[in-house]
Ligand binder design. Structure first.
Ligand code: HEC
Ligand code: HEC
Length: 156
């Protein structure tokens, strides 16, 4: 019986404590990533994409195996990618050279970017036609949130 009473009064104490807990203060400028009031309309920081031409860009590290490689060079001259034009393919579609990368030359797209006919002919897969869906151009920008993620299989 003693135990029951102790338990009951413990619960009562807990309920009382909760109902009287100090309200937690959350300031409106600590809610979003931009760290300004939620009522403000902050101007995004200005940044520029890389302006290096392909032959001088080199390549960027890959963060994990099978991650789509980041685009190391400028792409403004090669856009838009649409049904009539795909400049990316003019350089990267080289089915005869798959897996044979030469420094300073366009990396041939891997086999995953093609469909193979019965006669072993490669055609670019429609699913991989719009390159920039997966391959992002890069820019120097500040870090919004620190992130400690590291793929172990980095940089090829
Ligand atoms: C004028 C030829 C040319 C065009 C057009 C071009 N690229 Fe490239 N691209 C290159 C070259 C050259 C490299 C490799 C640079 C090196 O290895 O030094 C490269 C590298 C890349 C890489 C990195 C590959 C790796 O191994 O890490 C990606 C991704 C890429 N390009 C995507 C694109 C996309 C997307 C487009 C279209 C918006 C495009 N490229 C248009 C020549 C081109
Ligand atoms: C649906 C996502 C997706 C699209 C769209 C896509 N890629 Fe990729 N790409 C990948 C992934 C994932 C890899 C790395 C794994 C692999 O090779 O399949 C890759 C790898 C590559 C590589 C490096 C190949 C190697 O052997 O290292 C090049 C170059 C490339 N893509 C170019 C392109 C170009 C050019 C286009 C447009 C015609 C394109 N990709 C469209 C996802 C995509």
């Amino acid at each position: 019986m003693k135990l029951k009473i102790a338990l009951f009064s413990g619960l009562l104490g807990l309920a009382y404590g909760l109902s009287n807990a100090d309200p937690v203060m959350v300031l409106d400028d600590s809610l979003g990533l931009s760290q300004v009031s939620v009522f403000a309309v902050p101007t995004p920081a200005v940044f520029e994409y890389r302006t290096l031409d392909p032959k001088e860009s080199g390549v960027l590290p890959r963060y994990w195996e099978d991650a789509p490689p980041q685009v190391p060079h400028r792409i403004d001259k090669f856009l838009p990618v649409n049904a009539k034009s795909n400049k990316c393919l003019e350089c990267h579609e080289e089915p005869d050279k798959i897996g044979k990368k030469v420094k300073g030359k366009p990396t041939p797209m891997s086999e995953t970017h093609y469909v193979k006919s019965a006669a072993d002919e490669f055609t670019v897969s429609n699913k991989r036609y719009v390159c920039t869906l997966c391959h992002a151009p890069q820019a120097e920008v500040g870090t919004l949130m620190e992130n400690t993620f590291r793929g172990d299989t980095a940089a090829k």
